[in-house]
Design a protein around this ligand. Structure first.
Ligand code: HH2
Length: 267
């Protein structure tokens, strides 16, 4: 899953994508680089970010989805917690609702069932504006698993089909570095819940915090690849990344070493 942020203040792409044309060009570049899913977000969820209203968010993302839809066969996901934005995105041609609040908004689960789209249910403690203030868990892995199971149950109860549900531990969303590392080390337990798992660790702050360098988000490629490989080894179904070509290369080599990749006989 390649990240396409169309926010003016996103932590990793901030200010780089100018308007619809730039965003569409970026999406097509991610497609050529090997992304299977293009994830479009119009509201930054970076720690401390301020919310945007639905109209502004829709105004950013819907023209991008409408323009991109006929240009790529890849699945398009909309990264939003607002039901009205998700509805507009599906009408514009999106396939997946990526919700960092796991369908918490009133009516969100019913709408997901009505739209018939895939949904990503992500774990977050608190809300983006304050979530990094003092994250606390007794057992982060057990609590994240319990939350994701409960949200999957709520989605099923609302009528979302089982095969449409993804789970995501929400790396960096109301978690200390130790919490993030515990979740990455315990991914197999999340995979064992029986739904496809999405992992979003690309360019996140924990990479700099383990003493690996990378004070700037754009300098965290090595750490992002390490996390993606760990995720794949644990059985996650997709990784949400900024550096698609490099991640595809790393995953293909890992798969080839493990004997389950396609190996060209040419060399
Ligand atoms: N992380 C971010 C945003 N959306 N969605 C899922 N399912 N999982 C994640 O880990 C996740 C996500 C934050 O990263 P980014 O989009 O690059 O930053 P910003 O929210 O500032 O645009």
């Amino acid at each position: 899953m390649g990240v396409m942020n169309v926010t003016p203040d996103s932590f990793s792409d901030g200010g780089r994508l100018e308007g619809v044309e730039g965003a569409v060009a970026h999406g097509l570049a991610l497609d050529r680089a090997g992304a299977d899913i293009l994830d479009i977000g119009g509201e930054s969820t970076r720690p401390g970010a301020r919310p945007v209203n639905a109209e502004d968010e829709a105004g950013r993302v819907l023209p991008v989805i409408r323009t991109l839809r006929p240009l790529t066969p890849r699945r398009i996901s909309i990264d939003t917690c607002k039901p009205e934005v998700a509805r507009g995105a599906m009408e514009a041609g999106a396939d997946i609702w990526n919700d960092v609040t796991a369908l918490a908004a009133p009516g969100a689960a019913d709408l997901a069932a009505e739209l018939g789209c895939e949904v990503v249910l992500m774990h977050m403690q608190g809300e983006p504006r304050t979530m990094q203030a003092a994250p606390q868990y007794e057992d982060v892995l057990a609590e994240v698993c319990a939350f994701l199971e409960a949200r999957a149950g709520a989605a099923l109860a609302a009528g979302v089909a089982r095969e449409k549900i993804w789970l995501d531990p929400g790396i960096g969303f109301g978690k200390t570095v130790a919490h993030n590392l515990a979740l990455l080390a315990g991914l197999e337990r999340i995979v064992a819940l029986g739904f496809p798992v999405l992992l979003g660790a690309s360019r996140k702050r924990f990479i700099a915090a383990v003493g690996a360098g990378g004070m700037l988000a754009s300098d965290r490629l090595g750490g992002s690849l390490a996390a993606a490989l760990a995720g794949a080894q644990a059985g996650v179904a997709a990784v949400r990344v900024h550096d698609v070509a490099e991640t595809v290369q790393a995953l293909r080599v890992q798969a080839a070493i493990l004997g389950d990749g396609e190996v060209s006989p040419a060399r």
